[in-house]
Design a protein around this ligand. Structure first.
Ligand code: BG6
Ligand code: MG
Length: 214
């Protein structure tokens, strides 16, 4: 393995607990459409863009709706979700995140975010960790969402690193697929369902030792 010079983090479910807020907001949207939506269905949505998530929910219920209704549901889902995260703060960071970010900074390892969320910058500001990242690539700057590798390739490019010099941390199948497709080291965190797909698996980031890689 090349010496690791960059760490690129997914946001929801890797840095912060917001994946549950997405689930609750999608469940509410699905139920309003008369579609049953449980945690196992949400697994298919993790890491997936907002619009692609709604398409998957409609497929689940074999429903089709007008483009106006589609846009209105995207907006109401996001309004509900954003309302639910207003109180987010550093206590919502997942275990080991802050220590790892600070350690990486002190070793000169570059830090990036590669997220499908259009709310990523807002969330990083609420968490007061935005200043720690050298680059933030989010759902606003990407043409092909995960499982396409674009979000991570743009991140590595902005850091001036080769994919093989970066570890991507992910909690979603779509994200591990994206990272592997881009030639990154794809490490899974906190979601045992995707452990087999990944190069390494950690229950949380306290189990990851930067010294072993950088
Ligand atoms: C991903 C989440 O990070 O972002 C998904 O895993 C979410 O659950 C997606 O749907 C899009 O987020 P947003 O904030 O742009 O609706
Ligand atoms: Mg995630």
């Amino acid at each position: 393995m090349d010496k690791i010079k960059g760490l690129i983090f997914d946001l929801d479910g890797v840095i912060v607990t917001t994946e549950h807020n997405h689930f609750i907001a999608w469940q509410r949207t699905a139920n309003a459409l008369g579609i049953d939506f449980q945690e196992e269905h949400n697994e298919l949505l993790k890491g997936v863009s907002r619009a692609d998530s709604l398409k998957k929910i409609l497929d689940l219920g074999s429903k089709s709706i007008s483009s106006e209704e589609f846009e209105a549901l995207l907006k109401s889902k996001n309004d509900f979700y954003v309302d639910s995260i207003q109180e987010l703060n550093q206590s919502d960071l997942l275990p080991g995140v802050l220590d790892l970010l600070l350690k990486a900074k002190s070793k000169g390892v570059q830090l990036g975010i590669g997220s499908s969320s259009k709310n990523a910058k807002f969330i990083l500001t609420l968490l007061k960790i935005d200043h720690l990242f050298d680059v933030v690539i989010d759902g606003n700057g990407v043409t092909d969402p995960k499982p396409h590798p674009e979000v991570f390739l743009n991140g590595a490019n902005a850091l001036g690193l080769k994919p093989s010099e970066c570890i991507v941390f992910e909690d979603a199948a779509s994200g591990i697929t994206a990272a592997k497709a881009g030639g990154f080291h794809a490490f899974a965190v906190g979601n045992p369902h995707i452990a087999e797909m990944a190069e390494k698996y950690f229950n949380d980031l306290t189990e990851f030792s930067l010294e072993a890689y950088a």
